[in-house]
Each structure stands twice: as C-alpha cells, then as structure tokens.
Design a binder for this molecule. Sequence first.
Ligand SMILES: Nc1ncnc2c1ncn2[C@@H]1O[C@H](COP(=O)(O)OP(=O)(O)OP(=O)(O)O)[C@@H](O)[C@H]1O
Length: 656
Amino acid sequence: MREDVESLDIADVTANWVNAAVLQRQIDDRIKALADLSHTPLFFGRLDYLHAPGADEAEGGEGERFYIGRRHVHDAVGDPMVIDWRAPVSQPFYRASKKDPMDVGLRRRFGYTGGDLTAYEDERLSDPAEAEVVSALLQAEIERPRVGPMRDIVATIQPEQDEIVRSGLSGSVCVQGGPGTGKTAVGLHRVAYLLYAHRERLARTGTLVIGPNRSFLHYIEQVLPALGELEVKQATVDDLVAHVEVRGVDSADAAVIKGDARMAEVLRRAVRSHITPPTESVVVVRGSRRWRVPGHELEEIVRELTARDMRYGAAREALPQRIAHAVLVQMERSGEAPDDRVQDAVARNAAVKAAVKAIWPAVDPAKLVLRLLSDADFLAEHAEGVLSEDEQKCVLWERPARSVRAAKWSSADAVLIDEVTDLVARTHSLGHVVLDEAQDLSPMQYRAVGRRCTTGSATVLGDLAQGTTPWATRSWAEALRHLGKEEAVVEELTVGFRVPRDVIAYASRLLPHIAPGLAPVSSVRENPGAFEVREASDGARDVVAACVEALEREGSVGLIAADARIPDLASALSDAGLTYLGPGEETTAATRLTLVPASLAKGLEYDYVVLDEPAAVVDGEPDERTGLRRLYVALTRAVSGLVVIHAAPLPEQLGA
Ligand SMILES: Nc1ncnc2c1ncn2[C@@H]1O[C@H](COP(=O)(O)OP(=O)(O)OP(=O)(O)O)[C@@H](O)[C@H]1O
C-alpha cells in the first residue's frame, strides 16, 4: 500500500501548483501514516463469523473470516486483508462473549514478542461445550513489564471500556475510574475511534487531548500516532489560556476564589461596565448635508445590542453599522437613494467612530483583569454582592501591577483573562475534546475547556479520589455543569489493570478519608505483586538501596518522593553512581530509574515504585485531605511492586 502511494505521479492530474502542493502534502501524510513499525504487528485478532455480516442468517449463507488490526490493509487488487479495529465488523472482537456470541464462531487472539508472532489463542464462542476462560494473552499483556512511553491497548480493550470508546460523537461522556482502570487509554482510543467514524467532520473541526502537565503529555504522545492518528493536538489547560506569561503563584485561598465560577459574573459585569449609554446625538456631515441621529435613537440602538446575546466585540463591530443604518433611513426619507457603499462610508465616518469609541470602547482582556486585581474600588464595584469583602481583599494584588507585561500573572489569572477574551470574542470550538485528570480543574478552568467544545462533544476522565488541588471538584455533576456538558453520561470503571492486588488494597485504606463513597478498584492482575513497608534506619541510603534492588528486576523503576525531598534524594542517587531521569523522560533499557516529585506522579506508572516517606508527601500539601490524596496517587503508580520506606511514623490513615 505504501509503495502504491509512493509511486503516484501527480504531474498529469493537477491543474496548477497550488493543487499540486496540496495533493503532494496529502500524499506525504498518507505515506507517513502507512509507515511500517517493526514492533507493531499489522493484525492481532481474527473473527470467523458464522454468516457473512449483513446477510440474512435465516438463509444460511457462508461464514466469513476477518483479520483485525490497527489499520485497514488491502491486497494488490484492493480486497481487504486486515480490517481496522474500529470498523463495525471488528466490534465482536471486543464485545462478543459466550453469553452473546454475536454470530462469531471463532475468536482468535494473536500474541507477539517484539514483532514476531509467537502465540495464538482460540475461543469457540458458539460452542456450548467450551467453557469460558480468561485469556492468557490478555493476562500477559497486563502483566508485561513497562519500559518507555505509554502503549496502545487495541488488542485487549475490555467490553466495558469498548462501550465508552465507541459511544457516539454527539454525546459527551464522563468516566469516573480509580487508578489504573484505563481511563487515559480509553480516552485516547476513543479519539482514534471518533476520527475513524467521523473523519471528515473532525478533520474540519479538530480534536484535542488535554492532560495535566508536559511530562504526562510526553508520556502519552505516542499512543495515537501508533494508531495511525497524527493530527490530534495535545495541550495542558495552561497552554490553552496562555495569553500572558505566568510568573506568579497564588496563595491557595486566592486561587480558590479566582477559580470560582462566581468570578465569571464579576468579569461579565466588568466588561459590560464599559458601555456608556449615549447622551448626545451624532452628526454626520456628507457633502453639503448634515444628518443627525438623536441621542434617544442611539440609546435605543445600544439597548437593543445589549439585550442580544452577542459578544461584546461583535456588538461593538455592529454598532457603527447600526448608526449608519439610522442615517440611511433619514437619507431615504429625504428622497435620496443611498446604497451599501454609502452605509459603509457613514459607518467609517469620523463622527460615528468617535461616538462608538465613547459608547462602546474596545476592551483589552489582560488590561481589564489587571485593573480588577489592582484597583480595589473597581473590583468592589463589580464584585458587589458576588464576592465578600474578605474575598475581594484576598484576590487583590498586594502591590498593583503597572502594566500587563510587568504583572506577575498566576495561572488562575490567565484563566480569568481567557474568560474575558471569550466575553469579547467567541472562542473557537473544536469537534471533540478529551479532558484527562479532570478532577483537578477549577470551575473557571472547566469553563475555559467547555468553551473550546461548545459546538462539539467531550470525553471527561478522572478520579475524584485523586483530586489534589484545593479546588478539585466534589462531584462530576458539578464539573459537567461548569463545562457546559450537563447531559453527559457518567460511566464508572472499577477494574484495575495496573496496580497489583496487595498494593491497591493498601492504598485503598485511604479511600474512606479522601473520597467516601467511592468503591475500591478490583485488580485483574493475577500476580499479587511485591509489596513491602520498611522502616529506614539509614536515611537516604536505604532509599538508594531499595532502588538498586528494584533495578535488579525487569522494567522501569520510579522513586517517588515529596517535592521538598527531591534535591536530597537526587544527590544521594548521584553519590551512589545511579543515573536517573525526570518524569515524562523516556525510560530505556539503559536508564530505567526515574526520580519523580509526588506533584508530577499523576497518570504515570512504573514497574517498581519506591515510595519515600509517606508522611512528607502528606505534609507537602496545604491540607491533610489533599495530602492523603497525593499519597494515594503516589501509592498507585506501581505495576509489579511497591516498597514504602519511612523514618517518620506512617500517616495513621494507612493503619489497618
Ligand atoms: N484493556 C486493557 N488491556 C491491557 N492493558 C490495559 C487495559 N486497560 C488499561 N490497561 C493498562 O493499564 C494501565 C493503566 O491505564 P491508564 O493509565 O489508562 O489508567 P488510568 O485510569 O488513566 O489511571 P490513573 O487514574 O492512575 O491516571 C496502562 O498501562 C494501560 O495500558
């Protein structure tokens, strides 16, 4: 297939160089998408249907065989050899069961080692004599040691995951799932599925995956390309609202207020306050004639524009045209026959421009937020009845900033600027947005994400128990409301694919304290996992020793510690001659150890985790609940084993 595309000669089919360039670009993209990945086999499954799909079963009819793979592959004459996993015909590969065989006689799974086919496994779904067994290949895939970035799970998507992956484009979905239940994997595969099922529409409108930080995005960035999808954008929320350079940090209290949805009302009022009802008439001189639009008529125009659900900036652009229209009506009344050009000329007339400037001045979003945070009176005027006096005091800068450039903007401030930007001019909306680790967003951040999918849909992924910001959401209903996707269906994933049984049981002791009501994850891993709690007698040296031990086994090792302890541990590792990476950097066979500050551990996983000083992880956060949640995240990163090392007493909530 790739050679066919490479040999295309477009010289005769393109009329001009623009067409030629566009076509060549498409061809190059296609060649790139058809790249042969030596470790990525073309197919991983086979389905033998009892009847050709679509044929009337009652008539008997021949069965049909399909190979299922990452992408569609056809032979030299165009007959399909491998069916894309996303095609409807492939669906029984994921969903069929003994209970509901979906007309499948045989399901075969292929196992690979590197790029070599090394195993296969058959299930005769329609044979009542055969008992249902757990797939050994699935089990092997789950237990596989982890090295390098996140991989796709196309070969082993589970039925409850598949339901989310294949849910329609028009509706939004929210997935609550404990650590390692495959939320991130499901979100990424869902994008791939939607791109397959609605390629043209989404190519036009765009798709976006939002993750918590750069290292996480780096960790997941190869999943979609491996599925042949190269066009999906990835960003953090901070990237989306990067209107100013962020150099400041808010106190937790200030950040909570700035992230509160009530701020939207304050900002809306502040923007609207720029509109000054006209008192004087506008006089337009054209040739020897003067046309007067009286104050009361201007007032009516302004009232009408304010009442409409228009963006501030759009209404500002409409205003001169409305004034010009009023002039035109007068011209017509006096027997002239002005056309559109006259209206445009009147709209550009200096007197009209001056009136617009006075009535409806341009608003610079960053300057407006700067003023709100610097000028107590201005803030009080617009926050009256919305924020209490104490709250106003809390968000005001201690020292007013002199200019947008000089201000020490925080990331919550950038979100406020984004809100104002949208009040002035509508934000471009995408076709689909995947929001991962969604529990950590503030209401104002949800609004920022929501306006990027007003005309599209969203997949919202998260775990309430892993919310580690002071403004983390309390419920999905609330989060979805701020996002503008109240209609989203909330699904729950409870089967864990990452964390071994003993480890998840230990971590789940925290659940009643951090998210009462959430059920613990049940691990599907057969291997109970290595798990040990050690009291340190020799400080950092014990931690280093545990890392060395872990490195003797196969796979990646993550040393997770409270952010404040990272520098000391870094020098201890270096002193011991151990090389290590930062989170998000790719582990290789040569360097398998990563030193992870607890604040960046979210979403990542390592075969063996050495967790340093749990009490310090808890103490590193502004309050105990957040601290325990941070600890819960750190405890649930391990795939094969966890060693907890402590000198200080363990947090009492970890007691049995
Ligand atoms: N169906 C599956 N088959 C094989 N592996 C799977 C499957 N589902 C998930 N996994 C694996 O389990 C691990 C955890 O998945 P993922 O990171 O998507 O979970 P998560 O719910 O986002 O976790 P967290 O809450 O910690 O961010 C990954 O290594 C993923 O590849």
